[in-house]
Design a binder for this molecule. Sequence first.
Ligand code: SF4
Length: 373
Amino acid sequence: MIFRLDAINIWKNKEVKERLNWYYKVLKNEVKAKYLIVKSIELKENLNLKELEEKELWKIHSELRNEFLDKFEKMKNGKNIEIKEIDKNNNNKNNFLDVKIELAYRMLSPCKFCENLCLAKRLEGEKGKCGLDNITRVASAFLHYGEEAPLIPSGTIFFTGCSFKCVYCQNWDISQNPKNGFEINSLQLAEIEKELYDKGAININFVGGNPDQNLHTILESLKYFNENIALLWNSNMYMTKESLELLLDVIDIWLPDFKYGNDSCAYKYSKIKNYFEIVSRNHKIIYDFGENIIVRHLVLPNHLECCTYKVLDWISKNIPNVLVNIMDQYHPEYLVLKFPEKFDEIARRLNYEEIKKAYEYAKSKNICFEAIS
Ligand code: SF4
């Protein structure tokens, strides 16, 4: 906070406060973080979740979702709802979080976490396109002061592995080399979350690489973590609808990347298929669920017409009330730096004209970006 005065001043901005209203209330300790509400919703009967079919688990998930939404809406509207603290050591009853964890483990093998849908049997040690089996690795965890003003100091946890193969990735040493981190289980992850909380983080920021690939360990860690702090999901948004279902009731604030305005640029630079349909679908789902969102759009050189304008057009039409961070810090990294002639379109920084045009276009579309970018 000492280094970033804007982290305090940002909350004087009415639009930011309105668009991040739930997150702000968690920061101020006026409401409970969503994952604590999720944990307070217990199953009526004592069921052995491991014995149930996946279909049945989803049915229970949707019933408990209704209960969750009831409590969540009341809390959002200022009603004083009592949230029972669940002490797992003295309580064997399953709750909504346990159902989510069980579903995540079912989806892990064959893996259906992201739309690569490579169906790797991760529990049996098979690795998917993301380079991961069932083991989660963390490369680093620290208080991040470089994130957007409303987020700092952010308790950031960098997971290894990613569903994308971006040729310009600035975290390529962990996204493309999953072995680079240290192995952790869910209990150890909860200890990291607690340590970040104790050090003064105002959110727990799950990032990577990409966090989606580690959904099972992250959800399970929340069993052992009980602090009232906002959870933040910083993702490339290529997860399946099912993964998103598990996250919707748990995450307080989203920091999604929306990079490309079309599929051919996405394939050329990230080796990803059906990018636009999947990533726009997922943005729309979280928006319609009423989530607090800061969309990150990284402007690429020579990609204004095909990507930046298309992404901004889509945002203004479909999710107009989000905050957008238009990022102008692109610089050649990783494979682009190594083979500039192969990726000549993006083998330079942005020029002043491109940055100006991106900002002007966002303004013309009434996109709320100036406080954040
Ligand atoms: S998370 Fe990894 S293993 Fe699972 S579908 Fe995606 S790329 Fe494949």
